[in-house]
Design a protein around this ligand. Structure first.
Ligand code: UDX
Length: 447
Protein backbone atom coordinates (compact mmCIF):
# COMPACT_ATOMS: atom_id res chain seq x y z
CA UNK A 1 0.00 0.00 0.00
CA UNK A 2 1.12 3.59 -0.57
CA UNK A 3 1.78 5.34 2.72
CA UNK A 4 3.05 8.81 3.64
CA UNK A 5 4.27 9.78 7.09
CA UNK A 6 4.47 13.46 8.05
CA UNK A 7 7.01 14.01 10.84
CA UNK A 8 10.24 12.02 11.08
CA UNK A 9 10.48 12.03 14.85
CA UNK A 10 10.62 9.02 17.09
CA UNK A 11 7.15 7.72 16.33
CA UNK A 12 7.10 8.64 12.63
CA UNK A 13 10.48 7.16 11.76
CA UNK A 14 9.98 3.86 13.58
CA UNK A 15 6.46 3.44 12.19
CA UNK A 16 7.59 4.27 8.66
CA UNK A 17 10.54 1.85 8.78
CA UNK A 18 8.42 -0.98 10.13
CA UNK A 19 5.70 -0.44 7.50
CA UNK A 20 8.33 -0.45 4.75
CA UNK A 21 9.87 -3.60 6.20
CA UNK A 22 6.63 -5.55 5.68
CA UNK A 23 6.41 -4.36 2.08
CA UNK A 24 4.50 -1.08 2.06
CA UNK A 25 5.72 1.78 -0.09
CA UNK A 26 6.49 4.60 2.37
CA UNK A 27 7.43 8.24 1.88
CA UNK A 28 8.47 10.31 4.93
CA UNK A 29 8.09 14.07 4.88
CA UNK A 30 9.73 16.51 7.25
CA UNK A 31 10.34 20.26 7.18
CA UNK A 32 13.83 19.77 8.65
CA UNK A 33 16.12 19.73 5.58
CA UNK A 34 19.14 18.73 7.61
CA UNK A 35 17.35 15.71 9.11
CA UNK A 36 16.11 14.58 5.69
CA UNK A 37 19.61 14.96 4.18
CA UNK A 38 21.16 12.95 7.02
CA UNK A 39 18.62 10.17 6.60
CA UNK A 40 19.29 10.09 2.86
CA UNK A 41 22.96 9.57 3.78
CA UNK A 42 21.99 6.64 5.97
CA UNK A 43 22.48 8.56 9.23
CA UNK A 44 19.80 7.89 11.86
CA UNK A 45 19.06 10.90 14.07
CA UNK A 46 18.10 8.90 17.19
CA UNK A 47 19.58 5.97 19.07
CA UNK A 48 17.12 3.08 19.03
CA UNK A 49 18.17 -0.59 19.02
CA UNK A 50 17.53 -2.25 15.63
CA UNK A 51 16.42 0.92 13.88
CA UNK A 52 19.56 1.73 11.86
CA UNK A 53 19.68 -1.49 9.78
CA UNK A 54 15.91 -1.37 9.32
CA UNK A 55 15.97 2.18 7.94
CA UNK A 56 19.08 1.65 5.84
CA UNK A 57 17.96 -1.59 4.20
CA UNK A 58 14.50 -0.29 3.38
CA UNK A 59 15.92 2.98 2.08
CA UNK A 60 18.30 1.05 -0.18
CA UNK A 61 15.50 -1.16 -1.46
CA UNK A 62 13.49 1.96 -2.35
CA UNK A 63 10.51 1.11 -0.12
CA UNK A 64 11.38 3.98 2.26
CA UNK A 65 12.00 7.51 0.99
CA UNK A 66 12.70 10.81 2.72
CA UNK A 67 11.73 14.20 1.38
CA UNK A 68 10.93 17.78 2.36
CA UNK A 69 8.48 18.02 -0.53
CA UNK A 70 5.03 17.97 1.06
CA UNK A 71 3.12 17.91 -2.24
CA UNK A 72 5.06 14.83 -3.34
CA UNK A 73 4.19 13.25 0.01
CA UNK A 74 0.49 14.01 -0.28
CA UNK A 75 0.18 12.76 -3.85
CA UNK A 76 2.05 9.54 -2.96
CA UNK A 77 0.09 8.26 0.03
CA UNK A 78 -3.41 6.82 -0.02
CA UNK A 79 -2.94 6.64 3.74
CA UNK A 80 -1.29 9.68 5.30
CA UNK A 81 0.00 9.59 8.85
CA UNK A 82 0.38 12.70 10.96
CA UNK A 83 3.22 11.94 13.38
CA UNK A 84 4.50 15.42 14.20
CA UNK A 85 5.22 16.63 17.73
CA UNK A 86 2.64 17.99 20.15
CA UNK A 87 4.88 19.90 22.58
CA UNK A 88 3.35 21.28 25.76
CA UNK A 89 2.53 24.99 25.58
CA UNK A 90 3.07 27.29 28.61
CA UNK A 91 0.25 25.78 30.68
CA UNK A 92 1.05 22.13 29.82
CA UNK A 93 -1.70 21.65 27.22
CA UNK A 94 -0.66 19.86 24.02
CA UNK A 95 0.10 22.42 21.32
CA UNK A 96 -1.60 21.39 18.06
CA UNK A 97 -0.02 23.90 15.72
CA UNK A 98 2.16 21.33 13.94
CA UNK A 99 -0.67 18.80 13.61
CA UNK A 100 -3.02 21.40 12.14
CA UNK A 101 -0.30 22.75 9.83
CA UNK A 102 0.11 19.24 8.37
CA UNK A 103 -3.68 18.96 8.00
CA UNK A 104 -3.63 22.21 6.02
CA UNK A 105 -0.77 20.98 3.84
CA UNK A 106 -2.61 17.74 3.11
CA UNK A 107 -5.79 19.59 2.18
CA UNK A 108 -3.92 22.08 -0.03
CA UNK A 109 -2.28 19.31 -2.03
CA UNK A 110 -4.85 16.51 -2.19
CA UNK A 111 -6.47 15.60 -5.49
CA UNK A 112 -8.36 12.43 -4.52
CA UNK A 113 -9.71 10.46 -1.53
CA UNK A 114 -7.21 10.16 1.33
CA UNK A 115 -7.26 8.57 4.75
CA UNK A 116 -5.60 10.91 7.25
CA UNK A 117 -4.36 9.07 10.32
CA UNK A 118 -3.50 10.81 13.60
CA UNK A 119 -0.55 8.99 15.12
CA UNK A 120 0.64 11.83 17.35
CA UNK A 121 -0.60 11.83 20.94
CA UNK A 122 -3.32 14.42 20.75
CA UNK A 123 -6.08 15.62 23.07
CA UNK A 124 -9.57 14.25 22.67
CA UNK A 125 -11.34 16.19 19.94
CA UNK A 126 -8.25 16.72 17.76
CA UNK A 127 -9.49 14.45 14.95
CA UNK A 128 -12.54 16.74 14.71
CA UNK A 129 -10.23 19.76 14.43
CA UNK A 130 -8.16 18.05 11.74
CA UNK A 131 -11.32 17.17 9.82
CA UNK A 132 -12.61 20.76 10.10
CA UNK A 133 -9.27 22.17 8.96
CA UNK A 134 -9.15 19.92 5.88
CA UNK A 135 -12.80 20.59 5.04
CA UNK A 136 -12.33 24.36 5.32
CA UNK A 137 -9.26 24.41 3.09
CA UNK A 138 -10.94 22.18 0.50
CA UNK A 139 -13.98 24.45 0.54
CA UNK A 140 -11.95 27.62 -0.01
CA UNK A 141 -10.25 25.92 -2.94
CA UNK A 142 -13.60 24.75 -4.31
CA UNK A 143 -12.43 21.15 -4.25
CA UNK A 144 -15.05 18.49 -3.66
CA UNK A 145 -12.93 15.58 -2.47
CA UNK A 146 -13.88 12.88 0.03
CA UNK A 147 -11.55 12.02 2.93
CA UNK A 148 -11.56 10.25 6.29
CA UNK A 149 -9.75 11.11 9.53
CA UNK A 150 -8.75 8.23 11.78
CA UNK A 151 -7.25 8.13 15.27
CA UNK A 152 -4.59 5.42 15.52
CA UNK A 153 -2.45 6.08 18.61
CA UNK A 154 1.03 4.66 19.04
CA UNK A 155 2.12 2.75 22.15
CA UNK A 156 5.81 2.19 21.47
CA UNK A 157 8.41 2.45 24.24
CA UNK A 158 11.78 4.06 23.62
CA UNK A 159 14.53 1.47 23.64
CA UNK A 160 12.09 -1.21 22.48
CA UNK A 161 10.35 0.79 19.76
CA UNK A 162 11.09 -1.48 16.79
CA UNK A 163 9.91 -4.56 18.61
CA UNK A 164 6.82 -2.78 19.98
CA UNK A 165 5.90 -1.68 16.47
CA UNK A 166 6.58 -5.09 14.92
CA UNK A 167 4.71 -6.96 17.65
CA UNK A 168 2.08 -4.60 19.03
CA UNK A 169 -0.13 -5.65 21.98
CA UNK A 170 -3.04 -3.89 20.36
CA UNK A 171 -3.83 -1.80 17.30
CA UNK A 172 -6.38 0.86 18.16
CA UNK A 173 -8.39 2.18 15.23
CA UNK A 174 -10.73 5.05 16.00
CA UNK A 175 -13.00 5.63 13.05
CA UNK A 176 -16.60 6.02 11.96
CA UNK A 177 -15.85 4.96 8.39
CA UNK A 178 -16.11 1.33 7.24
CA UNK A 179 -13.92 2.14 4.24
CA UNK A 180 -11.13 3.51 6.44
CA UNK A 181 -11.42 0.57 8.83
CA UNK A 182 -10.97 -1.90 5.96
CA UNK A 183 -7.91 -0.04 4.66
CA UNK A 184 -6.26 0.15 8.08
CA UNK A 185 -6.92 -3.53 8.75
CA UNK A 186 -5.20 -4.28 5.44
CA UNK A 187 -2.27 -1.99 6.32
CA UNK A 188 -1.72 -3.67 9.67
CA UNK A 189 -2.50 -7.25 8.58
CA UNK A 190 1.21 -8.26 8.69
CA UNK A 191 1.33 -7.25 12.38
CA UNK A 192 -2.01 -8.79 13.26
CA UNK A 193 -1.22 -12.47 13.36
CA UNK A 194 -1.95 -15.25 15.90
CA UNK A 195 -4.93 -13.41 17.37
CA UNK A 196 -6.85 -10.29 16.41
CA UNK A 197 -5.14 -7.30 17.99
CA UNK A 198 -7.25 -4.71 16.21
CA UNK A 199 -9.70 -2.87 18.44
CA UNK A 200 -12.04 -0.61 16.51
CA UNK A 201 -13.86 2.15 18.34
CA UNK A 202 -15.17 5.67 17.97
CA UNK A 203 -12.57 8.39 17.41
CA UNK A 204 -12.83 10.14 20.79
CA UNK A 205 -12.45 6.90 22.72
CA UNK A 206 -9.34 6.06 20.70
CA UNK A 207 -7.87 9.47 21.51
CA UNK A 208 -8.63 9.06 25.20
CA UNK A 209 -7.27 5.48 25.21
CA UNK A 210 -3.76 6.75 24.49
CA UNK A 211 -3.79 9.19 27.42
CA UNK A 212 -5.48 6.70 29.73
CA UNK A 213 -2.79 4.09 29.03
CA UNK A 214 0.13 6.41 29.74
CA UNK A 215 -1.56 7.98 32.76
CA UNK A 216 -2.37 4.56 34.23
CA UNK A 217 1.28 3.50 33.92
CA UNK A 218 2.49 6.79 35.43
CA UNK A 219 -0.01 6.30 38.25
CA UNK A 220 1.38 2.85 39.02
CA UNK A 221 4.88 4.32 39.28
CA UNK A 222 3.92 7.27 41.48
CA UNK A 223 1.83 4.97 43.67
CA UNK A 224 4.81 2.71 44.19
CA UNK A 225 7.08 5.66 44.89
CA UNK A 226 4.64 6.76 47.55
CA UNK A 227 4.77 3.28 49.09
CA UNK A 228 8.59 3.53 49.03
CA UNK A 229 8.38 6.80 50.94
CA UNK A 230 6.15 5.11 53.49
CA UNK A 231 8.50 2.11 53.71
CA UNK A 232 11.33 4.49 54.60
CA UNK A 233 9.35 5.90 57.49
CA UNK A 234 7.91 2.58 58.69
CA UNK A 235 11.23 0.72 58.60
CA UNK A 236 10.09 -1.62 55.79
CA UNK A 237 11.86 -2.66 52.56
CA UNK A 238 9.85 -1.56 49.52
CA UNK A 239 11.42 -4.28 47.35
CA UNK A 240 9.78 -6.93 49.53
CA UNK A 241 6.50 -5.06 49.29
CA UNK A 242 6.87 -4.84 45.50
CA UNK A 243 7.36 -8.58 45.15
CA UNK A 244 4.53 -9.18 47.57
CA UNK A 245 1.95 -7.14 45.69
CA UNK A 246 3.21 -7.91 42.17
CA UNK A 247 2.45 -11.58 42.69
CA UNK A 248 -1.26 -10.70 42.65
CA UNK A 249 -2.12 -10.98 38.93
CA UNK A 250 -4.65 -8.18 39.34
CA UNK A 251 -1.72 -5.88 40.16
CA UNK A 252 1.12 -7.51 38.18
CA UNK A 253 4.87 -6.94 38.31
CA UNK A 254 5.13 -4.33 35.59
CA UNK A 255 5.54 -0.61 36.23
CA UNK A 256 5.69 -0.96 39.99
CA UNK A 257 9.44 -0.38 40.26
CA UNK A 258 10.07 2.45 42.70
CA UNK A 259 12.82 4.85 41.71
CA UNK A 260 13.96 8.44 41.35
CA UNK A 261 10.89 9.34 39.27
CA UNK A 262 9.64 8.82 35.74
CA UNK A 263 10.92 10.93 32.84
CA UNK A 264 10.89 10.80 29.07
CA UNK A 265 8.89 12.44 26.36
CA UNK A 266 5.56 10.83 27.22
CA UNK A 267 4.57 10.35 30.85
CA UNK A 268 5.34 13.84 32.20
CA UNK A 269 3.82 15.54 29.13
CA UNK A 270 0.76 13.31 28.83
CA UNK A 271 -0.17 13.41 32.52
CA UNK A 272 0.04 17.20 32.39
CA UNK A 273 -1.91 17.40 29.14
CA UNK A 274 -4.76 15.25 30.47
CA UNK A 275 -4.93 17.37 33.64
CA UNK A 276 -5.27 20.47 31.44
CA UNK A 277 -7.82 18.81 29.12
CA UNK A 278 -9.83 17.74 32.16
CA UNK A 279 -9.82 21.34 33.42
CA UNK A 280 -11.05 22.54 30.06
CA UNK A 281 -14.20 20.45 30.45
CA UNK A 282 -14.70 21.56 34.06
CA UNK A 283 -13.20 18.52 35.79
CA UNK A 284 -10.37 18.43 38.30
CA UNK A 285 -8.32 15.25 37.73
CA UNK A 286 -7.25 14.82 41.35
CA UNK A 287 -5.51 11.46 40.94
CA UNK A 288 -3.44 12.74 38.03
CA UNK A 289 -2.53 15.92 39.88
CA UNK A 290 -1.17 13.74 42.69
CA UNK A 291 0.67 11.48 40.24
CA UNK A 292 2.45 14.54 38.91
CA UNK A 293 3.14 16.02 42.35
CA UNK A 294 4.59 12.74 43.70
CA UNK A 295 6.84 12.44 40.65
CA UNK A 296 8.08 15.99 41.07
CA UNK A 297 9.25 15.38 44.64
CA UNK A 298 10.55 11.90 43.75
CA UNK A 299 13.01 13.41 41.31
CA UNK A 300 14.52 15.34 44.23
CA UNK A 301 14.91 12.24 46.42
CA UNK A 302 18.53 11.44 45.60
CA UNK A 303 19.55 15.02 46.25
CA UNK A 304 17.76 14.88 49.61
CA UNK A 305 19.60 11.68 50.61
CA UNK A 306 22.93 13.18 49.57
CA UNK A 307 22.30 16.42 51.44
CA UNK A 308 21.13 14.52 54.51
CA UNK A 309 24.26 12.39 54.48
CA UNK A 310 26.63 15.35 54.09
CA UNK A 311 24.90 17.53 56.71
CA UNK A 312 23.51 19.80 54.01
CA UNK A 313 26.87 20.90 52.72
CA UNK A 314 28.19 19.47 49.44
CA UNK A 315 30.27 22.50 48.44
CA UNK A 316 33.45 21.29 46.74
CA UNK A 317 32.35 17.63 46.80
CA UNK A 318 32.64 15.50 43.67
CA UNK A 319 29.77 13.20 42.77
CA UNK A 320 30.24 10.25 40.41
CA UNK A 321 27.04 9.77 38.40
CA UNK A 322 26.13 6.61 36.49
CA UNK A 323 23.23 6.98 34.06
CA UNK A 324 22.06 10.18 32.41
CA UNK A 325 19.33 9.01 30.00
CA UNK A 326 15.75 8.95 31.35
CA UNK A 327 15.84 5.15 31.03
CA UNK A 328 18.16 2.47 29.61
CA UNK A 329 18.66 1.79 25.89
CA UNK A 330 18.09 5.35 24.81
CA UNK A 331 20.11 8.55 24.56
CA UNK A 332 17.01 10.59 25.40
CA UNK A 333 17.49 13.08 28.22
CA UNK A 334 14.04 14.62 28.16
CA UNK A 335 12.71 15.05 31.72
CA UNK A 336 15.47 12.73 32.98
CA UNK A 337 15.85 12.50 36.75
CA UNK A 338 19.62 12.91 36.32
CA UNK A 339 19.05 16.48 35.17
CA UNK A 340 17.15 17.46 38.31
CA UNK A 341 19.89 15.91 40.45
CA UNK A 342 22.81 17.48 38.56
CA UNK A 343 21.24 20.93 38.51
CA UNK A 344 20.59 20.78 42.25
CA UNK A 345 24.11 19.57 42.95
CA UNK A 346 25.64 22.38 40.90
CA UNK A 347 23.46 24.91 42.66
CA UNK A 348 24.74 23.55 45.98
CA UNK A 349 28.36 23.87 44.83
CA UNK A 350 29.21 20.23 43.97
CA UNK A 351 30.93 18.87 40.87
CA UNK A 352 29.64 15.94 38.80
CA UNK A 353 31.68 13.26 36.97
CA UNK A 354 29.18 11.45 34.79
CA UNK A 355 29.05 8.40 32.56
CA UNK A 356 26.24 6.99 30.39
CA UNK A 357 26.57 4.29 27.71
CA UNK A 358 24.61 6.34 25.11
CA UNK A 359 23.60 9.78 26.35
CA UNK A 360 26.99 11.50 26.63
CA UNK A 361 26.68 13.49 23.40
CA UNK A 362 23.20 14.63 24.30
CA UNK A 363 24.35 15.65 27.78
CA UNK A 364 27.25 17.57 26.26
CA UNK A 365 24.82 19.36 23.95
CA UNK A 366 22.50 20.35 26.81
CA UNK A 367 25.16 21.31 29.35
CA UNK A 368 27.93 22.51 27.03
CA UNK A 369 28.64 25.54 29.24
CA UNK A 370 28.50 23.82 32.63
CA UNK A 371 31.96 24.03 34.23
CA UNK A 372 31.08 21.62 37.03
CA UNK A 373 30.26 18.70 34.74
CA UNK A 374 32.93 16.31 33.53
CA UNK A 375 31.90 13.54 31.13
CA UNK A 376 34.00 10.43 31.67
CA UNK A 377 34.81 7.71 29.14
CA UNK A 378 33.92 4.72 31.35
CA UNK A 379 31.89 4.04 34.46
CA UNK A 380 35.12 3.25 36.33
CA UNK A 381 36.73 6.55 35.30
CA UNK A 382 33.74 8.42 36.71
CA UNK A 383 34.54 7.06 40.17
CA UNK A 384 38.05 8.49 40.48
CA UNK A 385 38.45 10.65 43.59
CA UNK A 386 34.69 11.12 43.92
CA UNK A 387 33.02 11.47 47.32
CA UNK A 388 30.16 9.15 46.41
CA UNK A 389 28.51 7.25 43.55
CA UNK A 390 24.94 7.99 42.44
CA UNK A 391 22.92 5.85 40.01
CA UNK A 392 20.09 7.44 38.03
CA UNK A 393 19.47 4.94 35.19
CA UNK A 394 19.27 1.15 35.35
CA UNK A 395 21.54 0.28 32.39
CA UNK A 396 22.41 -3.44 32.31
CA UNK A 397 26.09 -2.50 32.50
CA UNK A 398 25.52 -1.14 36.03
CA UNK A 399 23.81 -4.22 37.46
CA UNK A 400 26.85 -6.28 38.43
CA UNK A 401 29.79 -3.90 38.89
CA UNK A 402 33.05 -4.65 40.65
CA UNK A 403 32.11 -3.49 44.16
CA UNK A 404 35.69 -3.76 45.44
CA UNK A 405 36.76 -1.40 42.69
CA UNK A 406 33.95 1.02 43.55
CA UNK A 407 35.10 1.04 47.15
CA UNK A 408 38.73 1.52 46.25
CA UNK A 409 38.20 4.28 43.73
CA UNK A 410 35.78 6.41 45.74
CA UNK A 411 37.11 8.67 48.50
CA UNK A 412 34.32 7.34 50.71
CA UNK A 413 32.52 3.97 50.39
CA UNK A 414 29.18 5.61 49.65
CA UNK A 415 26.50 4.72 47.05
CA UNK A 416 23.12 6.38 46.36
CA UNK A 417 20.99 4.20 44.10
CA UNK A 418 17.94 5.74 42.42
CA UNK A 419 16.96 2.45 40.73
CA UNK A 420 17.38 -0.16 43.50
CA UNK A 421 19.88 -2.27 41.60
CA UNK A 422 21.66 -3.92 44.53
CA UNK A 423 20.89 -5.84 47.72
CA UNK A 424 21.49 -3.71 50.83
CA UNK A 425 22.85 -6.73 52.76
CA UNK A 426 25.46 -7.46 50.04
CA UNK A 427 26.50 -3.82 49.96
CA UNK A 428 27.04 -3.96 53.69
CA UNK A 429 29.26 -7.02 53.26
CA UNK A 430 31.34 -5.06 50.75
CA UNK A 431 31.65 -2.28 53.31
CA UNK A 432 29.66 0.16 51.18
CA UNK A 433 27.20 2.58 52.73
CA UNK A 434 24.11 2.16 50.57
CA UNK A 435 21.09 4.43 50.17
CA UNK A 436 18.32 3.23 47.84
CA UNK A 437 14.69 4.18 47.25
CA UNK A 438 12.63 2.80 50.12
CA UNK A 439 15.44 0.52 51.27
CA UNK A 440 18.98 0.46 52.67
CA UNK A 441 20.14 3.49 54.64
CA UNK A 442 17.13 5.51 53.45
CA UNK A 443 15.01 3.40 55.78
CA UNK A 444 14.52 4.60 59.32
CA UNK A 445 16.16 2.20 61.76
CA UNK A 446 18.12 0.29 59.10
CA UNK A 447 20.98 -1.52 60.80
C1 UDX B 1 6.01 5.20 27.64
C2 UDX B 1 5.00 4.06 27.53
O1 UDX B 1 5.53 2.90 28.21
C3 UDX B 1 4.69 3.74 26.07
O2 UDX B 1 3.70 2.73 25.98
C4 UDX B 1 4.18 5.03 25.40
O3 UDX B 1 3.89 4.83 24.03
C5 UDX B 1 5.20 6.14 25.56
O4 UDX B 1 5.51 6.33 26.96
P1 UDX B 1 8.67 5.47 27.39
O5 UDX B 1 8.47 6.90 27.80
O6 UDX B 1 9.52 5.18 26.21
O7 UDX B 1 7.24 4.78 27.07
O8 UDX B 1 9.32 4.70 28.63
P2 UDX B 1 8.88 3.67 29.75
O9 UDX B 1 9.66 2.43 29.60
O10 UDX B 1 7.44 3.53 29.85
O11 UDX B 1 9.46 4.43 31.06
C6 UDX B 1 9.02 5.74 31.41
C7 UDX B 1 9.67 6.19 32.70
O12 UDX B 1 9.11 5.49 33.81
C8 UDX B 1 11.18 5.99 32.78
O13 UDX B 1 11.79 7.14 33.34
C9 UDX B 1 11.33 4.79 33.73
O14 UDX B 1 12.55 4.81 34.43
C10 UDX B 1 10.14 5.00 34.65
N1 UDX B 1 9.67 3.76 35.28
C11 UDX B 1 9.13 2.76 34.53
C12 UDX B 1 9.75 3.61 36.67
O15 UDX B 1 10.22 4.51 37.39
N2 UDX B 1 9.24 2.47 37.24
C13 UDX B 1 8.69 1.46 36.53
O16 UDX B 1 8.26 0.47 37.14
C14 UDX B 1 8.64 1.61 35.12
Amino acid sequence: MKVTVFGIGYVGLVQAAVLAEVGHDVVCVDVDENKVARLQDGEIPIYEPGLTPLVQSNYQSGRLKFTTDASEGVSHGDLIFIAVGTPPDEDGSADLKYVLAVAETIASNMQKYKIVINKSTVPVGTADKVREKIATVLQTKNKNIDFDVVSNPEFLKEGAAVNDCMRPDRIIIGTHSAKAETKLRELYAPFNRNHDKVIVMDIRSAELTKYAANCMLATKISFMNEIANLAERFGADVENVRRGIGSDPRIGYQFIYPGCGYGGSCFPKDVQALIRSANSVGYQAKILESVEAVNYTQKEKLFEYIMGHFDHDVKGKTVALWGLAFKPNTDDMREASSRVLMEKLWEAGARVQAYDPEAMEETQRIYADQPNLKLMGTKEAALAEADCLVICTEWQAFRAPDFELIKNKLKQPLVFDGRNLYEPSRMKEYGLQYYAIGRGLSVKGYQ
